[in-house]
Write a protein that binds this ligand. Structure first.
Ligand SMILES: *Cc1c(COP(=O)(O)O)cnc(C)c1O
Length: 395
């Protein structure tokens, strides 16, 4: 097939055509189990009937009015986010990068408003990922995503993830914000240690800096709680959400408190599409379907089942050295001798009817539907086992 898109993506050799729940069919009619979830987006699987209903109802009613107006769906979703988190105020945008862009801009402006322009330094983590805008690739700790786009925005310092003493050295009176992913997603499904996040919180308090948690990937139930910070006994000053927030309809959000929000006064920041009624209506319905006991119980149950099954497969084949993660964000670290083979393994899995992700070059990442059922787990493990055997026979 002729490809009319810019060559920045290397597309898989199959073309998805339709999907339902955790199953997907390509243009040839072949069936897949979807453990990739559109990169941790499809938290309620594909075409959830309640979301289809909400989307089509809103589509008949009103699509877009811009931020010259607010709408009931936008206020409705914002209220739910405020009522169930640390936050008092919400800014809507369309993606994770935009939510982080807003978070970083707000932190710089808040520090300038209250302490002056010298307080502008951002502390971030090596191997962190915060999106693909120029500011967010600069803050992200992976030079391969930023170096070719220099000159980059200044006053950004990177420290090793989970390195408490490096954090203590880096945070100072010049720091306006520390930004951390509670679980580093893109670079290897690596959870933050409790002491690391608690130290970040303490240092931010001491130096009047803001703690930004990037929960674009870990948020909206993925970790087994609404937001992953709930596992750590701390609250952030600013939090970014996207990916599962719209369960496949593009939407991002930046959450913050009444103390900080006033620095985003009228005209300071904006978005044409942010708060779009279609996106917010879907997000609001998705919120109810994610944030309830039955869903959290399922996440816990299937996470355990999946991690046990994966650890067994790893042991049996010698292909995984560890299985780690939180909730239904799971990483299988490839064993010695199979370094950098994660992408090859995803291609083999696809042949066996299973969609999985990589995280970095050395970790197989799973981010399935939070409504995954027993059969999706059991059949997926059978297909993964066949793929692993196939992979090893070609080795
Ligand atoms: C995916 C991701 C982003 C970027 O989100 P986009 O919607 O692709 O802009 C930012 N931060 C984290 C932690 C992510 O996983």
């Amino acid at each position: 097939m002729q490809n009319y898109l810019t060559p920045n993506f290397s597309f898989a050799p199959v073309i998805p055509d339709r999907a339902l729940g955790s199953r997907l069919w390509d243009t040839e009619g072949k069936e897949y189990i979807d453990w990739a979830g559109g990169i941790a987006v499809n938290a309620l699987g594909h075409c959830h009937p309640e979301l289809v209903k909400t989307l089509t109802e809103q589509a008949q009613k009103m699509w877009h009015v811009s931020n010259i107006y607010t709408t009931l769906p936008a206020q409705d979703l914002a209220r739910k986010l405020v009522e169930h988190t640390f936050a008092d105020k919400v800014f809507f945008c369309n993606s994770g990068a935009e939510a982080n862009e807003a978070a970083l801009k707000l932190a710089r402006k808040y520090a300038r408003d209250h302490y002056g322009p010298e307080k502008c330094e951002i502390i971030a983590c090596i191997n962190g990922f915060h999106g693909r805008t120029l500011f967010t690739v600069s803050v992200g700790g992976q030079p391969k995503y930023s170096q070719d786009f220099a000159p980059l925005p200044p006053a950004i310092t990177h420290i090793p993830f989970n390195d408490i003493s490096a954090l203590e050295v880096a945070v100072s009176e010049r720091t306006c914000a520390v930004i951390i992913e509670p679980v580093q997603g893109e670079s290897g499904v690596l959870p933050a240690e409790r002491e690391f996040l608690q130290t970040a919180r303490r240092l931010c308090n001491r130096h009047h800096a803001l703690l930004i948690l990037d929960e674009v990937q870990t948020g909206m139930g993925r970790s087994g709680k609404l937001f992953a910070y709930e596992h750590y006994g701390i609250v952030p000053d600013i939090l970014s959400s996207a990916k599962a927030l719209g369960c496949g309809f593009p939407i991002g959000a930046m959450l913050t408190t009444d103390k900080i929000a006033p620095s985003f006064g009228p005209g300071t920041h904006g978005s044409t599409f942010g708060g779009n009624p279609l996106a917010c209506a879907v997000g609001s319905r998705a919120f109810d379907l994610i944030h309830n006991e039955a869903t959290y119980r399922n996440i816990e149950k299937q996470s355990e089942k999946l991690q046990t099954g994966l650890a067994e497969l790893g042991k049996e084949t010698g292909l995984f050295q560890t299985v780690r993660g939180k909730g239904l964000l799971i990483g299988c670290v490839l064993a010695e001798g199979y370094e950098n083979q994660a992408a090859v393994l995803t291609q083999v899995a696809l042949k066996h009817g299973l969609m999985v992700l990589v995280a970095g070059s050395n970790v197989l990442r799973l981010a399935p539907s939070l409504l995954l059922n027993n059969e999706d787990v059991e059949e997926g493990l059978i297909r993964l086992r066949a793929a692993m055997t196939d992979f090893l026979s070609g080795h």
